[in-house]
Design a protein around this ligand. Structure first.
Ligand SMILES: CC(C)(COP(=O)(O)OP(=O)(O)OC[C@H]1O[C@@H](n2cnc3c(N)ncnc32)[C@H](O)[C@@H]1OP(=O)(O)O)[C@@H](O)C(=O)NCCC(=O)NCCS
Length: 154
């Protein structure tokens, strides 16, 4: 397999968000590539516009992307207050490269990042990939409920 590059973006991912930068700070149409990755492999994020994706990046504390050449093949981001709580979002690996350890690389890069490494608790919501996270040290939480309020205008 050709080399996979892991990019640790600055908080808010300004290079990716504003200039579409990928590995080695090269212009890579990164927002379009991220949209395509989410549309194809992340059912919860299908149909997000490039503008919405940019907004989500702007408010993200940690952003990680994986590249194989000029193709974005993995992604993950986290939001955090830097001390008490963090939440992981939009963890995804391209279908043809799943099962090769790339998802693990994304999670490890997020959790070990400067902004998250000292945070007390890291949360994560998943519909069908709990087994993946259990292997990485996450634990099911039975003492708390997940509650949601939906914004019908959004
Ligand atoms: C979930 C996902 C990110 C995992 O990435 P990946 O690159 O396939 O996972 P890895 O190869 O790093 O797997 C790490 C370990 O977890 C296991 N694993 C991965 N996905 C699994 C799953 N769905 N169920 C059970 N085990 C799983 C792997 O077998 C591997 O174990 P090993 O180290 O003993 O071999 C990826 O499959 C994906 O993008 N799925 C579609 C989007 C999605 O559902 N994302 C999760 C949103 S919360």
């Amino acid at each position: 397999m050709s080399r996979i590059r892991l990019v640790k973006h600055a908080p808010g991912a300004p290079g990716l968000r504003l200039l579409g930068l990928g590995p080695r700070f090269l212009p890579s149409r990164g927002i379009l590539k991220l949209k395509q990755l989410l549309d194809k492999h992340a059912f919860w994020a299908k149909g997000r516009t490039k503008k919405q994706i940019r907004l989500s990046l702007a408010s993200s504390t940690v952003v990680i992307s994986l590249w194989r050449g000029n193709r974005m093949v993995g992604f993950g981001r986290a939001t955090s207050d830097g001390i008490y709580r963090a939440v992981l979002w939009d963890i995804v690996v391209a279908g043809d490269l799943q099962g090769l350890g790339l998802g693990r690389d994304v999670i490890e890069a997020l959790v070990s990042s400067k902004a998250l490494k000292d945070v007390e608790r890291i949360y994560l919501m998943t519909t069908n990939s709990a087994e993946f996270y259990l292997q990485l040290g996450f634990q099911e939480c039975h003492s708390q409920n997940l509650l949601v309020i939906r914004n019908e205008q959004a």
